[in-house]
Design a protein around this ligand. Structure first.
Ligand SMILES: CC(C)(COP(=O)(O)OP(=O)(O)OC[C@H]1O[C@@H](n2cnc3c(N)ncnc32)[C@H](O)[C@@H]1OP(=O)(O)O)[C@@H](O)C(=O)NCCC(=O)NCCS
Length: 170
């Protein structure tokens, strides 16, 4: 069924719809409140205005075939340079990675278009891109509804922890 949709790379002109995806995703998974939604959207669109032209953020969007203006799903990556790390390959070999990492973000499908394989296709596009640019590490934070999708694509649960206290200056 998803052949009826096209996956294309986002440009900076798509930043409004990516901002919408981010807010809708955060509301759906409960990390944003309606009161914070418009502020988050504004801040995201402003951030993308810098991060897309610089190449720090890359996005992929799904549109119905023949309707490139109607975006119904999206996903993106933020590229980041981390410290070199020991990298274990599937064959057991360990070498030193230079630190080319990306985090998958803003995975969102409009409710009417869910369960048609769009998020899967978007993630497959990201994996194809990651291999083509020689990325060394691809990470994400999985929402409950998306966990099995990520697992079937080869993502595994790690030991990452997050500080739960306040980092605001007293
Ligand atoms: C999670 C989400 C992105 C999935 O998008 P989608 O386009 O419907 O996903 P797909 O059709 O590609 O689904 C692929 C597989 O993921 C799993 N999946 C998708 N939605 C699911 C759900 N609500 N509950 C459990 N598993 C789900 C299924 O295994 C599905 O395969 P199947 O339809 O053959 O059973 C979408 O429901 C969404 O936008 N949710 C709100 C935001 C969110 O949680 N984003 C993820 C942040 S990490």
């Amino acid at each position: 069924m998803s052949a009826a949709f096209t996956i294309r790379q986002a440009t900076a002109a798509d930043r409004a719809v990516i901002g919408h995806h981010r807010v809708a995703m955060c509301l759906d998974i409960g990390t944003a409140t309606p009161a914070t939604a418009s502020g988050l959207e504004r801040a995201t669109v402003a951030w993308l205005a810098q991060a897309m032209p610089s190449g720090e953020y890359l996005g992929w969007l799904a549109t119905p075939a023949g309707h490139p203006e109607q975006v119904v799903a999206g996903a993106g990556v933020q590229l980041r340079r981390v410290l070199p790390f020991p990298q274990r390959h599937p064959d057991g070999r360990v070498d030193v990675a230079e630190g080319r990492q990306a985090i998958v973000v803003n995975v969102y499908t409009e409710p009417l278009f869910r369960r048609q394989g769009l998020a899967r296709r978007l993630l497959e596009s990201i994996l194809t891109w990651a291999r083509s640019v020689g990325l060394e590490s691809l990470v994400l934070h999985a929402a409950p509804d998306a966990k099995s999708l990520y697992e079937t694509l080869g993502f595994v649960t790690t030991n990452e922890m997050r500080y739960g206290g306040s980092l605001t200056r007293p």
